[in-house]
Design a protein around this ligand. Structure first.
Ligand SMILES: Nc1ncnc2c1ncn2[C@@H]1O[C@H](COP(=O)(O)OP(=O)(O)OP(=O)(O)O)[C@@H](O)[C@H]1O
Ligand SMILES: [Mg+2]
Length: 351
């Protein structure tokens, strides 16, 4: 999307941590990553997409922004209250579409239209068929307002709210260039509580799905089988913790990721069966749980496609004067959404 002005600061309020990325773009278009902030959130701050402990989020935002003068931010909306659908409509002008879209949305969205905010984008015209594909997004106003209100309470100015699926895509396209229209690329973002799938085909989004499963289920399994605390299980999962990692841990992780990999494969199978697309060419994973090698392997084995990890920091060279580069490198998969958000600008040109 064409845009101008300064970059907004990307703020990703995830269920396990807040990530902040700031990018500065020079006049010649060169980008620098000038800030990366990470703040872990206490357990149960966000449950099933609902904020249960708003104090912890406001406190985290205040801490992350306490030295920051700029306050214009792009926020990530939780996928728990959002529906994304690709629909086919007769070809029409932009003005006609603006008029028709609410009626069309009513047929496809199971929420009361009074409670949702509708957004849409024409993906492509089906040449010769008199039809076009439109991406329809419906988000519950209440949950978006909750999140923006929290940011406002922390004295931030939210200018843009976007979804994981699209921010990851934004990051991917800037990091690797526009996707080859002849290739099908699966962007798989696996966080603590949520997995988001965005399949790009013909150069645009062809399918998205959220799966309510992520790294938490792996931690819970370690906790249950070894009868230890959540903190210990989490540390063992990430390869650390007190003393040696018990020898059972890799085995438990391998077992635990099978369920998630199975759900992901069912979504891929569904896409292949319904889209007429025959092959998946690339799978690019991001999100904290993409660090789990056993998950990458389980996905690759099922899909019979090589799995790559997203190199989000390709979008901008980190400035070592202001960024803890070591921390950014170790958390780069977790920074993907904040990176995608940090690419958004103050003003979007209406072309
Ligand atoms: N090195 C690592 N090895 C294994 N798991 C990791 C590693 N680093 C982070 N994780 C896991 O990644 C998850 C956090 O990832 P991320 O920051 O993307 O989630 P989130 O944005 O807070 O959550 P969500 O978007 O699902 O609400 C946690 O489950 C954490 O245990
Ligand atoms: Mg997340």
């Amino acid at each position: 999307m064409a845009s101008e002005g300064k970059n907004l600061i990307g703020v990703d309020i995830g269920s396990s941590s807040i990530k902040v990325v700031e990018i500065a773009e020079s006049r010649n278009g060169e980008r620098k990553l000038v800030q990366f902030g990470y703040h872990p959130l206490p357990r149960e701050t966000v449950v099933d997409g609902h904020v249960m402990n708003s104090g912890a989020i406001i406190e985290g935002l205040e801490k992350l922004f306490h030295k920051q003068k700029r306050r214009d931010v792009a926020l990530r909306a939780s996928g728990h209250s959002v529906i994304i659908k690709k629909i086919t409509m007769p070809s029409m002008t932009a003005a006609e579409l603006a008029e028709q879209i609410n009626w069309e949305a009513e047929q496809h969205i199971p929420f009361d239209l009074a409670d949702v905010r509708i957004d849409y984008q024409v993906l492509n015209q089906r040449q010769g068929q008199g039809q076009m594909d439109v991406l329809l997004v419906a988000a519950k106003k209440e949950e978006i307002t909750d999140l923006t209100n929290l940011a406002i309470e922390a004295r931030l100015k939210p200018k843009v709210v976007d979804l994981d699926a699209f921010t990851v895509q934004n990051c991917f396209e800037v990091a690797y260039g526009a996707p080859d229209p002849l290739q099908t690329v699966v962007l798989l973002h696996v966080g603590a509580s949520l997995t988001t799938l965005n399949i790009l085909a013909g150069g645009t989004t062809a399918f998205t799905r959220d799966i309510a499963n992520g790294g938490n289920s792996v931690t819970e399994e370690i906790q249950r089988q070894l009868n230890i605390s959540q903190e210990e299980a989490e540390a063992y999962k990430c390869g650390g913790g007190k003393g040696l990692v018990p020898k059972e841990v890799p085995q438990i992780i391998s077992q635990a990721v099978e369920a998630l990999a199975g759900e992901i494969q069912r979504s891929l199978d569904f896409y292949l069966a319904t889209s007429g697309d025959r092959d998946i060419h690339r799978i690019v994973v991001s999100g904290g749980t993409a660090n789990v090698r056993a998950l990458q392997d389980a996905v690759a084995r099922r899909a019979r496609v090589n799995v790559e990890t997203m190199e989000a920091t390709r979008i901008a060279e980190p400035d070592p004067k202001t960024v803890d580069v070591e921390m950014l490198t170790s958390r780069s998969l977790q920074a993907t959404v904040a990176c995608g958000l940090a690419l958004r600008k103050e003003r979007e040109k209406s072309t």
